[in-house]
Design a protein around this ligand. Structure first.
Ligand SMILES: NC(=O)c1ccc[n+]([C@@H]2O[C@H](COP(=O)([O-])OP(=O)(O)OC[C@H]3O[C@@H](n4cnc5c(N)ncnc54)[C@H](O)[C@@H]3O)[C@@H](O)[C@H]2O)c1
Length: 301
């Protein structure tokens, strides 16, 4: 099978490409290297900024590939300050990925959406049918991306799947709370806790995400479909600090700083829909957090 992975040099994209290549698939990566740095030498790499329309699609010489669209700026906090850049990376780039899908007559396009589309949902765990009500620009831009995906499916007949990821961690994770804590530990600087630290989110280990993505890609049958990909439980920032202390050892300081605009209070996704296709996470949120510190720091002290 032929695949295009946009953002294929990034954290998740790099793992997706490694997995596809190791499964002997034919993979073309499109990435502008704005934050990515992992290039699998067995993939075909095209350095391109998807904020512009990709016009040389004929040169790709691909027949009805599956497009996995991961290129974006995933930083929620930054999306509140740098709105225009985020819009172009999250919305314009998605439109251009959809145009690529249309021009290449793609057999399917998979879109990396986010739990942030729900905002501060009242229903926990939150099912896919729950109304979108984002509280960050990042979440709002992903809502727009899903809308464009559905429109392209209905009007151009391109099969598509939107995957609403919880927080992904482990492996070469390059941003987010575990990365920040490990990074500050290396600098011997105090870790930063946003707000009261009681905000609680669901964490998925990267290998569990890869399995879920492949199951959704291969088994979804509808023209347009949406799946939550999360864990069975959630883990608060204070619980993550407690786990981190086992790795950092005594003496590490923690500073409480102000809560961040756009940061949801609780996130726990209803995963019964993706589970009905035969997927379940192999480790819960706390285990995913620990495994991520194993990868970033080494074994606990
Ligand atoms: N990591 C998570 O916990 C998480 C959670 C929910 C959703 N997501 C989504 O998953 C996707 C991948 O996230 P990630 O964590 O791997 O982020 P990442 O920043 O590591 O990867 C994004 C990649 O996209 C590339 N890119 C950015 N703008 C581009 C452009 N205009 N043209 C071409 N390439 C561009 C970057 O260079 C990078 O390689 C994103 O769409 C993100 O919103 C991630």
């Amino acid at each position: 099978m032929e695949y295009i992975v946009t953002g294929g040099a990034g954290y998740i994209g790099g793992h997706v490409v490694d997995m596809l290549v190791s499964n002997k698939q034919d993979v073309t990566v499109i990435d502008d290297m704005s934050s990515g740095n992992h290039v699998n030498k067995k993939s075909k790499f095209i350095k391109f900024d998807l904020r512009k329309q990709f016009t040389e699609y004929k040169k790709l010489d691909l027949e009805s590939p599956i497009i996995i669209h991961l290129a974006a700026n995933p930083d929620v906090k930054e999306s509140m300050n740098n709105i225009q850049d985020h819009y172009e990376r999250d919305v314009t780039a998605t439109l251009n990925a959809l145009e690529l899908a249309r021009k290449l007559d793609a057999s399917k396009i998979i879109f990396s959406s986010t739990s942030a589309v729900y905002g501060n949902a009242v229903q926990m765990p939150t099912p896919e049918s729950y109304p979108s009500n984002p509280i960050s620009n990042y979440g709002m831009f992903k809502v727009l991306g899903e809308g464009m995906l559905e429109y392209y499916s209905e009007n151009y007949g391109i099969k598509s799947v939107a995957l609403r990821f919880a927080n992904i961690t482990g492996g070469r994770v390059s941003h987010g709370i575990m990365y920040n804590f490990a990074h500050l530990l290396k600098k011997n600087a105090p870790i930063e806790i946003w707000g009261d630290g009681k905000q609680s989110k669901s964490y998925i280990y990267i290998s569990d995400l890869l399995n879920a993505m492949m199951i959704a890609t291969n088994k979804s049958k509808k023209t347009f479909d949406v799946f939550n990909i999360g864990n069975v439980d959630s883990c608060s920032v204070l619980e993550i600090v407690e786990i981190f202390m086992k790795y950092a050892g005594p003496g590490i300081k923690a500073n409480h700083i102000g809560s961040q605009a756009g940061d949801v209070r609780t996130m726990l996704l209803d995963i019964s829909k993706i589970s009905s296709l035969g997927w379940k996470p192999t480790c819960n949120s706390r285990q995913a957090v620990s495994k991520s510190f194993d990868d970033l720091i080494g074994k606990a002290k």
